[in-house]
Design a protein around this ligand. Structure first.
Ligand SMILES: [Fe+2]
Length: 259
């Protein structure tokens, strides 16, 4: 189905890497990612402390300034349809909050981000997690959902590839902005929502509005269970790596942030 789409990159975590490997890391790649786990624990402890003590961010923006505008396009509409059809309410709402939080963090960083691609990417980035397939990283199925919406709406080829790369890369440890702007802010938005990393930088009224517009349901229990199932289904994959060495599903389940 996707053989016609070739990524411009073959770096670990990219769409091309996914299609070549199914998402399995080599020993060298695992060793390269290992230090990132320790740094992420450090970031988690620091940011959760800031959140608990209500440390004020170094800006004066509020929800009115940072709430993203939903794109008005055939592609945005199709992406929302895919997201609603393929996900439970809890995961769908996590996708919307990832969109809000990721877009807000990009604004705070003054980082350029394609708003239409980011909206679509956020909504479908976890589609694959609720449709586990042994031996295949879930981000491949999420990227394929984005591709289906893109092809249906006639999205440009280079933007389709950027979107698929971003979704494929969003679970790579310590992804850098230069590798994929989309992937970087998908990861930032999702991590703010599930673990609280960088959440203290988001205004309290923005977090409250996101929770009200897109209720959290039992997202921590649902996504923890899905992530653990994915880790077992793809041994050697990035989800397995994050679960075994980073305890990701247990952190999501037992230490949810109060946003
Ligand atoms: Fe996510």
């Amino acid at each position: 189905m996707n053989d016609s789409i070739a990524s411009t990159r073959s770096q670990t975590g990219s769409w091309e890497w996914l299609t070549e490997t199914g998402g399995t890391l080599t020993l060298v790649e695992r060793l390269r990612f290992a230090p990132a786990i320790g740094r992420t624990f450090g970031r988690f402890a620091m940011d959760r402390t800031r959140l608990a003590f209500r440390v004020s961010p170094r800006h004066s923006y509020g929800a009115v300034d940072l709430w993203p505008i939903a794109p008005d396009s055939a592609f945005a509409e199709r992406s929302e349809e895919e997201a609603r059809e393929l996900q439970s309410t809890a995961v769908l709402h996590h996708g919307y909050r990832t969109w809000v939080f990721g877009a807000a963090l990009a604004r705070l960083d003054d980082a350029p981000l394609d708003p239409e691609l980011f909206h679509a990417g956020a909504l479908v980035h976890d589609v694959g997690l609720e449709h586990i397939e042994p031996g295949q990283c879930f981000t491949r199925r999420s990227a394929e959902a984005a591709q289906t919406a893109a092809e249906h709406a006639g999205l440009e080829r280079d933007r389709t590839i950027a979107l698929m790369d971003g979704i494929a890369m969003h679970i790579s440890p310590e992804l850098r902005f230069e590798q994929s702007a989309l992937g970087f802010y998908l990861q930032a938005g999702a991590m703010a929502d599930l673990t609280g990393i960088r959440a203290w930088e988001l205004p309290g009224d923005l977090r409250a509005r996101a929770n009200q517009a897109f209720p959290r349901e039992d997202v921590h229990r649902v996504l923890s269970r899905c992530w653990h199932a994915e880790a077992k289904a793809v041994p050697g994959g990035r989800a397995h790596f994050a679960d075994v060495w980073g305890g990701f599903s247990r952190i999501v389940r037992w230490l949810p942030p109060r946003l």
